[in-house]
Design a protein around this ligand. Sequence first.
Ligand code: SF4
Ligand code: SF4
Length: 314
Amino acid sequence: MLVINENKIADFLKALEKEYKVYDNRQHPPYGGLTAKKYFFPPVEETFVSEKKGSLKTTKFAEKFVVFGLSIPQLEALTYLDEIMTKPAEDFFYWQRRGNSIVVGLIKEEPDALPGGDIVFVDLGDGNFKILKNTEKGEELIKKYKSYFAEVADAPSKVTDPGMSEWSKTMRDILLDAELLANAVEWSKNHKIWEEMATTCLGCGVCTYVCPICHCFSVEDKIDLTGKCSRCRKWDACTLPDFAKIAGGHDFRPTIKERYYNWFYHKFVRGYKEYGKPQCVGCGHCKKYCPASIDILEILKTILGDYKKSQIQI
Ligand code: SF4
Ligand code: SF4
């Protein structure tokens, strides 16, 4: 098997810096709450720019970059985001960045199926990381920088703790039955839990911003004193007031209760109907950064429990 020794990782990344901008996620945990989606779908970006009358240019993103050190949920989330940014229509701006990037995972347990990324480093617990190549791009990178890697005899991993919290494990178990989850969340629209949530939730949108899969944005035109005009897109959040407000002042979801339920609906019902899976990987960021300590796992457990009981009564 191909491995890299832990002592060589820093040199490998240094060598990459000659050709790529390198974002080492081990240096930035927890990225101020923001996940790797910010590299491909930044919080604010210009899409079209007009410097002078009659000129309109699409913003080109040319920088080649490597994102290093993503965990299994982060890699999975990026795979989901790739799909969302491809269907039903390809997102030009997202794919400019994705096309220029190489994603390297850093995980503690060899998965049955690769969770995403171009290359994945699997910690063997003996100072070596096994290299799993997932794409041609990844394969080429390893070939080009082969002096940092070595072939060694296959050996079982000594890692005993795969580094996933109990919360994430439970959440990921729940996510496995996507159909049940979708049915339960759809059924729960009038459940009292949404009233209760509305008394706690601040409607701040943080859960959306820190979620590695949430991808709603709004579009805004800007003009400066030089006459430069730009059309920008910036992250938006369905939990924020005014998100569903339209011209004329009508708001489709004026209350926190409606907005918070909509967040769940989009993740667990629409996600399932459109992509066959929930838009959640159980990373726990939304719980960790929520200023009101709202725990989506507890909500899902309540809904699932009551949904199952309601089905028995029928
Ligand atoms: S982060 Fe918490 S308080 Fe803020 S909108 Fe999300 S659930 Fe509500
Ligand atoms: S656990 Fe929360 S932050 Fe993580 S993917 Fe699911 S909804 Fe998003």
